[in-house]
Design a protein around this ligand. Structure first.
Ligand SMILES: [Ca+2]
Length: 504
């Protein structure tokens, strides 16, 4: 424990000593622009993360100009809570929302979001595509933007619906059979008629229009989220016979609460309601996912080209993040919604013009709530008082440095942590340099621990065996329980202090 506090002290000193240098060298008009790119359900399976079988030249191009965060973790591995945390700088517990349905301003009406904060500092802020999670009764946040958030609804409505046999909307994003969406589809649609290409087209237009202003432009792509529909040329980049299907074996001694029945995928056409997927299904899904990643990569390329063409490369910070990871057959499971590494870990790339080692990679543990304070510091703005994250500027300046000892994630089990919480379970998970430790406990009675998991990930990110009950790891479990208790207490104290700032 002593080391832990020593470490915190070092972090504090490091943070203070590094703060100044970025402020002295802003972009050409005195301020950096921010291009903030979100990609839905993007795994770390990109070439720049070592997955050489993936065709991702534009992700790699951005990575080669900036820094790759190899150990960045979302706060909760599902769209809305992950995005709420990224956009507010608050942990899910401080927001009090763990579901897809609740608009964050219902719980925390006065929070100043990341784009809103930049807007309050004279930035022009625009959002397009999927930034906040909307739908499911959830709505967009008008306070975040200088002009209304843009979606390609009008463009999509103009497209012709194609029917062939029992399959409708064939050459669009969501072909269906008998009302059920197909989980994967190789589309012959003109690429510009696909949703994400429309979002990229709009982003390119807006970059041109805004090139002489100071902007915060948020662009949210909706693929590679299910269904895995991409133009066929991206499917052709991959030989299905060479696709490796991961082992369907869950970790030995894993408690059942850790995984789930991947209900999100079960809703699709021809996916059975229970049990493992067969090889054909698995191969097609993985192939479709890869095709979608390469399709998004192409859209990213168009945006990066537009930055260059409009002379914005030297004064624009680019941040790219996936909202959480995805199990693509890992442990025989699919989708997100767990505390496993495959779900909590997600890509994070940051490019700061002229201020970093190009193509750097860092192993520093990072939480997504750290992005908000990082962007504030990079832009030379004071830190809002409500933030729970830590600026990553020290890591950007020196990729060998670290700013925290553990990365925290959480995931609930139960109905939806609604009105009756007494039987709801919260799983808290911490990632250290070596281990992932997860504790499932009653939400209202934290001392009632349902199950614990300890995985040694030092040799790979796939969990092999739960060591939580192994006598040889007793002291490791004890130490990590202490770290988790300390962190949870710290979060709670922090939350009590900052709560009035965004609720009153
Ligand atoms: Ca998502």
């Amino acid at each position: 424990m002593k080391n832990y506090f020593y470490y915190l002290a070092i972090v504090f000193i490091t943070l203070n000593s590094c703060e100044i240098s970025f402020r002295e060298t802003p972009g050409k008009d005195g301020k950096f622009n921010v291009l903030f790119i979100a990609v839905d359900d993007l795994r770390n399976e990109l070439n720049c993360y070592g997955a050489t079988h993936i065709h991702s030249p534009n992700f790699d191009r951005l990575a080669s100009e900036g820094i790759v965060f190899n150990n960045a973790y979302c706060m909760q591995a599902v769209c809305a809570p992950s995005r709420n945390s990224m956009m507010t700088g608050l942990r899910p517990d401080a927001i009090g929302i763990y579901d897809l349905y609740t608009f964050f301003r219902k719980k925390i009406p006065h929070v100043v979001t990341l784009p809103q904060y930049f807007k309050n500092h004279d930035y022009h802020c625009e959002g397009m595509g999927k930034i906040y999670h909307t739908g499911h009764g959830n709505q967009d946040d008008s306070l975040s933007w200088s002009i209304p958030h843009w979606r390609p609804n009008k463009e999509i409505a103009r497209l012709e619906k194609i029917t062939r046999g029992d399959t409708v909307g064939l050459e669009r994003d969501f072909p269906t059979i008998a009302g059920k969406k197909l989980p994967w589809y190789s589309s012959r649609a003109a690429e510009q008629d696909m949703t994400d290409a429309m979002i990229a087209t709009h982003a390119v237009q807006r970059l041109k229009a805004l090139k002489d202003s100071t902007f915060f432009l948020a662009v949210g792509f909706v693929k590679p989220h299910l269904p895995f529909v991409a133009p066929e040329k991206y499917w052709e980049l991959y030989d299905p016979d060479k696709i490796e299907i991961p082992s369907a074996k869950p970790p030995q001694d894993m408690p059942s609460v850790a995984l789930h029945n991947f209900g999100e995928l079960r809703k699709y056409h021809d996916i059975q309601s229970k049990g493992l997927l067969n090889e054909v299904q698995s191969r097609n899904l993985i192939h479709g996912y890869y095709a979608c990643v390469s399709y998004i990569d192409a859209q990213l390329g168009r945006i990066l080209d537009a930055l260059k063409e409009n002379g914005l490369e030297e004064n624009t910070i680019v941040v790219l993040w996936g909202d959480h990871g995805w199990k693509l057959g890992d442990y025989g499971s699919w989708c997100k919604h767990t505390n496993f590494e495959m779900d909590t870990r997600a890509p994070l790339l940051i490019k700061v013009p002229d201020k970093q080692q190009k193509g750097a990679k860092t192993e520093a543990l990072v939480e997504f709530i750290d992005v908000y304070p990082t962007l504030c510091e990079l832009a030379g703005l004071p830190q809002p008082e409500h933030l729970q994250g830590t600026s990553l500027v020290p890591v950007i300046e020196n990729p060998d440095s670290t700013v925290k000892k553990v990365a925290f994630s959480q995931y609930p089990r139960g109905k939806s942590l609604g009105y009756d919480r007494k039987n709801e379970i919260m799983g808290y998970s911490i990632r250290t340099g070596k281990y992932r430790f997860t504790r499932w406990q009653l939400y209202e009675k934290p001392d009632s621990v349902i199950a614990s998991e300890l995985y040694d990930l030092s040799k790979g990110r796939i969990a092999i065996r739960n060591l939580a009950r192994d006598q040889d790891y007793k002291s490791v479990v004890q130490d990590l329980n202490e770290v988790m208790d300390l962190e949870l207490r710290r979060h709670k104290e922090e939350q009590n202090r900052i709560y009035p700032l965004y609720t009153n």
